[in-house]
Write a protein that binds this ligand. Structure first.
Ligand SMILES: *Cc1c(COP(=O)(O)O)cnc(C)c1O
Length: 392
């Protein structure tokens, strides 16, 4: 190897992937055909047409679920789900302190208060064993998200919900098509949600869906959104783009799953990187982001953020995880329902690998491993370097 190949790209060397990470969405012949058809039959610009109904049918089949309501985003879907189970003023909603920020904001948007619960140290998912101690007399619902390849223990959540009488909103935005304790992700709760945002596994740039077997929940959602016209619509064109992606989902999930297993093999001897592992061997997660715990001690004290930055310069789409919710919101906005020690460390120690590379081949996985070894070999130099901007 030449010197330029062994020096980290962030210090001026040659990147492992000079072309950068694969883009998303990628080329998709079926989606291109949909666009051509929409241009020729003018369905691209019409209020109504067949595509939303076709998409609903695909989602119903994927989930074996009765009712689907399409909407404008995953964030809108979570808000609608909260309204659907009648969360309102003075209610409390439990959620993990490590979760998508929009979920916290959605709880506020319906006038309720988020009550934050700690996560597990293995898979960074909501720690269900803490839930019963976190409940208060105001608890009306829990939002449960399957994140970064982790899977929440839904049978345990549903058992407690049945005993205590709170509703369950299951956020499957990151895991469409995953199997959670034997059922499609999103179908354990009273109501489930998907996102079709521009980075997601099923994408139309924007969009979302709420689904449930409960007629009363869906009726409240329809009453809220239908105002002579839909207030949070998904367009016919968006729906048309999603139909072929639903048909491709299972094969793509299988491919991503295989590549995740292979990547874990490649990383097996690498100290300081620990993948989030699902607790239930029979569950099969889906991978929007592949999460991992980073231990800076195994990298000569190199901070997580600089490590991720250096990997991105190598052409690997590795990013810090979410900020933990209790650290980015005023204490007046939420109740700390348990100690949040693991969520504290998640805030500074989680990394996520973005999914497009997981549809790639073995070479792409080996490149991720090469980049990691290169950064490790230069960890001390990177830690001490004065030329790396720390706040990218
Ligand atoms: C992306 C995402 C959402 C929201 O989806 P948008 O369509 O971007 O509003 C909600 N929850 C989780 C876990 C997500 O990853």
């Amino acid at each position: 190897m030449t010197n330029a190949e062994t020096v980290p790209a962030i210090l001026g060397g040659q990147p492992v992937r000079p072309s950068g990470p694969p883009g998303w969405p990628g080329e998709n012949a079926e989606v291109a055909a949909v666009l051509r058809n929409a241009a020729s039959d003018n369905s691209w610009g019409k209020y109504h047409g067949p595509h939303c109904e076709t998409l609903k049918g695909r989602i119903q089949k994927l989930l074996a679920c009765e009712h689907v309501h399409l909407c404008s985003s995953g964030t809108a879907a979570v808000e609608l789900a909260l309204r659907g189970v009648k969360v309102g003023m003075r209610d409390e909603v439990l959620l993990a302190a490590y979760d998508f920020k929009g979920n916290f904001q959605d709880v506020l948007s319906v006038g309720a208060t988020p009550a934050l619960v700690d996560i597990r140290a293995d898979d960074a998912a909501l720690d269900v064993s803490l839930l019963s101690g976190a409940i208060s007399s105001a608890t009306k619902a829990v939002i449960v998200s399957h994140l970064h390849g982790g899977i929440v223990n839904m049978p345990a959540v549903m058992k407690l919900a049945g005993e205590c009488g709170f509703a369950v909103i299951e956020d499957a935005c990151q895991v469409p098509g995953a199997i959670v304790y034997g059922r499609p992700a999103g179908t354990w709760g009273d109501v489930g949600v998907f996102s079709f945002g521009g980075s997601k596994l099923l994408t139309a740039g924007r969009g979302g869906a709420v689904f449930s077997d409960r007629q009363d929940v869906m009726q409240r959602i329809r009453l809220h959104t239908h105002r002579g016209n839909e207030a949070y619509p998904l367009s016919e064109l968006q729906a048309a783009l999603l139909v072929p992606q639903c048909d491709q989902l299972q094969n793509r999930n299988l491919r991503r799953g295989r590549n995740v297993r292979r990547l874990k093999e490649l990383f097996a001897q690498e100290a300081g990187i620990r993948f989030l592992e699902t607790q239930d061997a029979a569950s099969e997660s889906a991978y929007y982001k592949l999460g991992m715990w980073y231990d800076s001690a195994a990298f000569d004290g190199l901070s997580r953020d600089v490590f991720a930055q250096a990997m991105r310069h190598e052409g690997i789409a590795l990013d810090p995880g979410f900020r933990s919710l209790h650290l980015i919101h005023s204490r007046r906005r939420f109740r700390e329902a348990t100690r949040l020690a693991v969520a504290d460390s998640a805030d500074t120690s989680l990394l996520t690998l973005h999914h497009p590379v997981l549809l790639g081949d073995e070479t792409a996985l080996i490149e991720i491993h090469s980049a990691l070894r290169k950064i490790r070999a230069h960890a001390t130099a990177l830690r001490e370097s004065k030329s790396i901007p720390r706040d990218e």
